[in-house]
Design a protein around this ligand. Structure first.
Ligand SMILES: [Ca+2]
Ligand SMILES: [Ca+2]
Ligand SMILES: [Ca+2]
Length: 599
């Protein structure tokens, strides 16, 4: 509370979109989220570029010319650019993992660095490449002083790759399943009896897991002596708290129990592990007053873990005076698989999940050639989420990300003959869908500057500050004549301007944030998609998109009470054609926002 009051004086002098004192009261559906990888955003302090380490890149992890190493971005850089982020209309920053990582991993010749943050060793400290705990304090306070929120990216599925297996000698270890390698025998069925009395990982009591004392059931795990105490908290250094069954095939049993490409997969069935993570991440809430979590690799952790973890985090947040703490899991689903996404809210009790269904549908209708019925089908399933349709309004929506690539790249890859102008229009249509249709928009840093990329993962993680990576800098950006070789904090960029405008419209029109959504038209081929967003006052805003390369015209159903229409964006007929019918006409790859009123 003191911190909020202290900021009021400061905040009055800056141009802010939300009153700074209101941010704790703001519900998740009102946010606009900006997702940033701290290493790739802005370098505010060159002194920390090597993370306090000395030596070459294989020791420090720092090589700004290589897409798989640290580039120098940090928390001080983020603080220096908060005006830029807030100017885009963002109200919450989803910060890529900030915890101390193993600097470098991988076999000889295959090494890359933990610049992305997903290889944690110390879950309680800020990675020295990004700054220190004081920088984190300053960052969170500066964000809050602007009335914005901080969402932390968290991981409970695995740690860095520290544990090795004797049997593999550094080579990848194939998955060894529970039937062939039961907990009760050392190294397979022919081995000696071990762990007497352990009733299996399905009995999740402390008493049962006290009988699991020997981790050598599938492989012989060991921690290299130099890394014996590298993990924090200390309990994480014992192999007994890990699955130790080798690499996941991302299928079947191994999806939950396998190592994510060598990353040590935690025994998340053990109540000691559950409580350990409640303590770890509870402390981040309590120390910094964090506003929410994005949960990495959520689908690779057993439902019972989340059933305990999520309510514990919401309770910690409430006691810290954070009533609207948001938790959304990454359930990486292929295509438009709402059943899988919704299951993680119903069974696992995750409060929300990233809307991979929306991203998949946008990909199909804007990069691909599918009809807009794909979107209609997506929204038909909104009632499947725990909490029903209302919960669908809290799903963070996105068009691309650091793992799956940017929408601009997906469009370029699918339409190699498309002009830059067409690609830009398609990207803008994707942004418009994300901001105007139900859900919480998440802008992936760099999308607002026309970043494209050459693919997924490292190829989609360009620097916003001047980059030294040749395979980033060789590519023209959309909507500008610059490349990533120079810094790109350009507020005049057409995509930055478009997103800022859409965010402002969302802020001005509660119906676009919270309004019920009624699909009005869709088709089996590219063309029109329209929906009404109906506010608490019963007034509607019609949002309409044309995904085809020709002008599209239609009469669509609207609320009979909407007699006249005002354009908030694009071309809108001034009046209804008859009560309940509205004529829309859109040029190729364009959109309109039309607000209805009685007279
Ligand atoms: Ca730095
Ligand atoms: Ca490992
Ligand atoms: Ca797992």
């Amino acid at each position: 509370m003191q911190r909020i009051l202290a900021c009021l004086a400061l905040c009055v002098s800056t141009s802010i979109t939300w009153a700074a004192s209101d941010f704790r009261a703001r519900p998740p559906e009102d946010e606009v989220v900006y997702f940033v990888l701290p290493d790739r955003f802005e370098n505010g302090d060159v002194a920390n570029d090597q993370g306090g380490l000395t030596g070459d890149r294989l020791t420090t992890g720092f090589d700004p010319t290589h897409k798989g190493f640290y580039h120098g971005g940090d928390l001080k850089g983020l603080i220096a650019r908060l005006d830029y982020i807030q100017g885009l209309g963002a109200t919450a920053i989803w910060l890529g993992p900030i915890y101390k990582n193993k600097p470098v991993q991988g076999g000889p010749g295959q090494e890359t660095a933990g610049y992305h943050g997903y290889w944690i060793t110390d879950f309680t400290s800020v990675d020295p490449h990004f700054g220190n705990d004081a920088d984190m304090r300053a960052f969170v306070d500066a964000v809050h002083a602007r009335g914005m929120k901080v969402y932390l990216d968290i991981i409970t599925n695995h740690t860095a790759d520290v544990i090795q297996y004797r049997e593999c000698a550094g080579a990848p270890c194939a998955y060894r399943d529970k039937g062939t390698y039961p907990y009760s025998r050392k190294g397979g069925l022919a081995g000696q009896p071990i762990n007497p009395g352990f009733a299996g990982d399905g009995i999740r009591s402390a008493a049962n897991f006290a009988r699991l004392t020997d981790p050598n059931f599938a492989y012989t795990p060991f921690v290299p002596p130099a890394e014996a105490n590298v993990k924090v908290p200390a309990w994480l250094n014992s192999p007994i708290y890990y699955h130790n069954r080798g690499n996941s095939d991302f299928w079947g049993e191994s999806s939950l129990f396998g190592d994510f490409v060598g990353l040590d997969d935690l025994l998340t069935e053990n109540p000691r592990v559950v409580q350990g993570f409640i303590d770890i991440y509870g402390q981040w809430i309590e120390r910094y007053g964090i506003d929410g979590f994005r949960i990495d690799t959520a689908r690779h952790v057993n439902p019972e873990f989340w059933q305990a973890f999520s309510p514990a985090m919401l309770n910690r947040a409430r006691s810290r005076g954070i009533p609207n703490f948001h938790i959304f899991g990454e359930v990486a689903a292929e295509g438009v698989d709402v059943a899988q996404l919704a299951r993680h809210t119903r069974v696992d009790k995750l409060p929300s999940v990233l809307d991979f269904g929306f991203a998949g549908a946008v990909n199909k209708v804007l990069a691909g050639n599918e009809g807009t019925s794909v979107l209609a089908r997506l929204y038909q399933d909104d009632g499947l989420y725990e909490g029903g349709v209302a919960a669908s309004h809290r799903l963070p929506t996105f068009t691309g990300n650091h793992d799956f690539g940017r929408l601009a790249w997906l469009i370029r890859a699918a339409r190699p003959d498309a002009t830059d102008d067409e690609v830009l229009k398609r990207v803008m249509l994707g942004n418009a869908m994300m901001f105007l249709l139900r859900g919480v928009p998440v802008v992936y840093y760099g999308d607002e500057q026309g970043f494209v990329g050459h693919g997924i993962d490292q190829d989609a993680r360009q620097d916003l500050f001047a980059s030294k990576v040749a395979s980033y800098n060789d590519q023209p950006l959309l909507g500008t004549t610059t490349t990533t070789a120079v810094e790109n904090f350009n507020r005049q960029h057409p995509l930055y301007a478009q997103i800022a405008g859409l965010a402002k419209l969302r802020q001005e029109q509660p119906a676009l944030r919270r309004g019920r959504q009624v699909v009005r038209i869709h088709g089996k081929t590219p063309g029109l998609f329209a929906a009404s967003r109906i506010g608490a006052d019963g007034r509607e805003i019609v949002v309409v998109f044309n995904t085809s390369s020709t002008t599209a015209v239609a009469q669509i159903e609207v609320e009979p009470t909407s007699a006249v229409f005002k354009s908030l964006r694009g071309a809108c007929a001034p009046k209804a054609s008859a009560p309940g019918s509205f004529r829309v006409e859109l040029s190729p790859l364009s959109y309109a926002v039309c607000q209805g009123a009685a007279q």
